[in-house]
Design a binder for this molecule. Structure first.
Ligand code: ZN
Ligand code: ZN
Length: 107
């Protein structure tokens, strides 16, 4: 079980997957722009394994290939928590930095 939350704590999520999940660092230019760094550290989550509480705001972005992705943020502090791409329907990509296991990821 993986727990995570936004910076202010108003939005929280639970992922029904064992720790550690399979993570990846995407270096595409879209992830670079979204994070302001060289990559976005994420892990795929089946939709049915993901539960979120709290108010979210969504931003739908059309990518260069014409497909769209939806980015979801805490409505209070705007921390980016997860997103869904039409390329990977039924699968969220959760942002590793929002995980409560962040210190373990950095180790
Ligand atoms: Zn928040
Ligand atoms: Zn990317």
């Amino acid at each position: 079980m993986i727990k995570g939350r936004c910076r202010c704590g108003a939005t929280q999520y639970i992922v029904d997957l064992p720790w550690p999940p399979l993570t990846y660092a995407c270096h595409c230019t879209l992830c670079q722009r979204a994070t302001g760094s060289a990559f976005a550290h994420q892990y795929p989550v089946p939709e049915k394994a993901f539960q979120v509480t709290g108010k979210l705001v969504e931003a739908e972005v059309t990518e260069p290939d014409g497909l769209s992705s939806v980015h979801r943020h805490c409505a209070s502090c705007l921390t980016r928590l997860f997103g869904t791409s039409l390329k990977t329907a039924r699968c969220n990509r959760s942002s590793c930095p929002s995980s409560e296991h962040l210190a373990q990821l950095a180790a």
